[in-house]
Design a protein around this ligand. Sequence first.
Ligand SMILES: Nc1nc2c(c(=O)[nH]1)N[C@H]1C(S)=C(S)[C@@H](COP(=O)(O)O)O[C@H]1N2
Ligand SMILES: [Mo]
Length: 331
Amino acid sequence: MKLRPKEPPSSELTPEKLYLRRREWLKQAGLFVGASAVWGGSLVALMNRGAADPPDVEVPVGPDPLAGRARAEPPADFDTDEPRTPFEKVTTHNNYYELGLRKTDPARHAGSLRTRPWTLEVGGELARPRRLDLDEVLGWFALEERVYRMRCVEAWSMVIPWLGFPLGALVKRLEPTSRARYVELTTLMDPEQLPGQRDDVLPWPYVEALRMDEAMHPLTLLAVGLYGRALPGQNGAPLRLVVPWKYGFKGVKSIVRLRLVEEWPRTTWNEAAPDEYGFYANVNPAVDHPRWSQASERRIGESGRRPTLPFIGYAEHVAGLYADLDLRRHF
Ligand SMILES: Nc1nc2c(c(=O)[nH]1)N[C@H]1C(S)=C(S)[C@@H](COP(=O)(O)O)O[C@H]1N2
Ligand SMILES: [Mo]
């Protein structure tokens, strides 16, 4: 029998860990993988840091479903004056395994994703479980531009001007019950639109979750755009999570479901390889990935490496959330 942990696990819990079996598959996928875990008997290709800079991929720019939507000023103290990563890089160097495993695959294949109409199902511990049309939800909030650093667990980073609204504003509006302790967000499950879901590289659909206080933190954003217009498919259109102080894999894309839950929800990468991808996934230069250092990062578009800051520079805003935790164990 598989025991279901009640809380985010510490590194003391030894996960079942198996090693690379299907070398042929990996060669086909063009991935460098030093070791890999197995989920449900099938291969899990782990994220890797051997990613090259993207070659040229055309990003089509069509009509903008966000045109004319109300805008609001973001809180000034979240701002950064670090140079923004160019649009071409942000939209051609992606991780979206449902659209392919190489960095340029998502930009090439995003055309299969249909982002309107889009339904967001909200349920669990809230006043009125229901299905919402995304454009109705967008009518509730003015969109803010938030320029955030984003660091992938693979040790590269970008600076991205997102457009979105605080997740906390939506959660509040949905009237959580007193039992709500976590927010769980799920990606669209549709192999027609997301053909990567035909391969069981990960347990689909992709699920991520936050503790309620993390979800309510004003830095935590539901993004619907970047560089001033609607998200391209490869970046998680039409709705994706952005939690800037955490590794990028927490930022679940193309969200169709929000649930408020009492029990700790299982999340995709953590379930696939718990010793490599923690539930918290806070950016922490002091806790290395088992296969590479997290002490520094490569800013996409720049040469050389820069030291990685705790919480990638957002410590003053969020370190207090973890005052009671040993961040080496709860990574
Ligand atoms: N559904 C889904 N969401 C996902 C991923 C994915 O493969 N599938 N990759 C994650 C990872 S590892 C990162 S680093 C970010 C990348 O976001 P970007 O491509 O917009 O930069 O998306 C995250 N969200
Ligand atoms: Mo990532």
